[in-house]
Design a protein around this ligand. Structure first.
Ligand code: ZN
Length: 339
């Protein structure tokens, strides 16, 4: 009970990429870069084991950004044709690449890194992929002409990739859909259908991560504008609860999400975010336990997986490590308390 896991990314060591940046530059190239990615993955797997994380991840050490790691290996995208786009409902403007033709995988995308990570640990392994709606909110479209249609095309590619990764021994495949909170209506209209297509027929556990984003300035300001109660989840939780996705990963620590909304997901396992990624202050185990106990008012503890709120990529490495240890210790405290 109360098995711990992480939402996804962990900071890259400074010998691998520029630290504390969301879009860092790699420090190395060629074979040296590939070896450094593996070394960083191994370090994080072992650090998670030591911290008491039960379902570990490679920490996304092989990709510069959670969406682009996948997109770089997809054909039909013109990386030279940059389009200025206000993403996550205009929360920030970035230059994004453009879809200019039918998309397809050039080949297996994450198989090598998964094979490597799988061989390093006996614990259950989690792997994260960007969700189809979030991909479509991070890339411009000059081909499909309809976002739902483009999302379905990406969902088919994601599903091919996810099936291969599950066959390599991944225990949990999680799709990251921060765009759900920016477009709650569209999530109900087509986002969840695309997500289910991406997860169709997977033999492993499936999860979706729906958060309020990394702890960067644009997100912190956006959160300030959302008022005393964040109720975005309320619009699409009933549809998500009716979906075939197994687990939902949520932001609970220091968030203004009314925890009563968790009651809308009564048929799902919940990855309860008990580590705030928007502050460098490391939680105490008691604080982690208090967040989990607050969630337990609405969720049976048998369905709770203590987790981080979101990816920790932009945090200093020592801070992220401290937070992992706090997560492990907080869950242990609560398990002891519950007997
Ligand atoms: Zn997140």
């Amino acid at each position: 009970m109360l098995e711990t896991t992480v939402a996804g990314s962990l900071p890259k060591p400074s010998w691998l990429a520029e630290p504390e940046k969301l879009w860092p530059q790699w420090r190395l190239s060629g074979a040296e870069l590939e070896q450094a990615k593996r070394d960083a993955t191994l370090i994080w797997i072992k650090e998670q084991e030591t911290a008491g994380i039960d379902i570990v991840s490679g920490g996304e050490q092989f990709r510069i950004h959670f969406v682009h790691g996948f997109l770089e290996q997809v054909e039909g995208i013109d990386w030279q044709k940059k389009t200025k786009m206000g993403i996550r409902a205009n929360r920030y403007v970035v230059d994004v690449p453009t879809v200019t033709g039918p998309i397809g995988r050039k080949g297996p995308i994450h198989a090598d890194e998964v094979r490597y990570a799988r061989a390093q640990t006996a614990r259950r392994l989690k792997f994260t992929l960007p969700g189809p709606m979030t991909i479509c909110d991070t890339i411009a479209d000059a081909h499909y002409g309809s976002r739902p249609e483009m999302a379905m095309a990406f969902a088919r590619l994601l599903n091919d990739e996810a099936r291969e990764l599950a066959a390599l021994g991944v225990d949990v495949i999680q799709f990251d859909e921060p765009a759900f909170n920016a477009f709650p209506r569209e999530t109900v209209d087509w986002g969840i259908a695309a997500l289910e297509r991406a997860a169709a027929g997977l033999a492993c556990t499936t999860a979706v991560h729906v958060c309020y984003g990394y702890g960067i300035k644009a997100n912190i300001e956006w959160k300030r504008s959302l008022g005393a109660e964040w109720r975005q989840y309320e619009t699409f939780f009933p549809a998500l609860n009716a979906s075939r996705i197994g687990q939902v990963s949520l932001e609970c620590a220091n968030s203004r999400v009314p925890l009563s909304l968790l009651g809308l997901l009564k048929d799902k396992d919940l990855l309860v975010g008990a580590i705030d990624v928007a502050t460098e202050t490391v939680e105490t185990p008691e604080q982690v336990m208090a967040t989990l106990q607050a969630a337990m008012e609405f969720v049976d503890p048998a369905r709770i997986y203590p987790c981080t709120n979101c990816g920790m990529a932009p945090l200093p490495r020592t801070v992220a490590l401290g937070k992992l240890k706090a997560l492990g210790a907080g869950a242990r405290l609560l398990r002891e308390k519950l007997g």
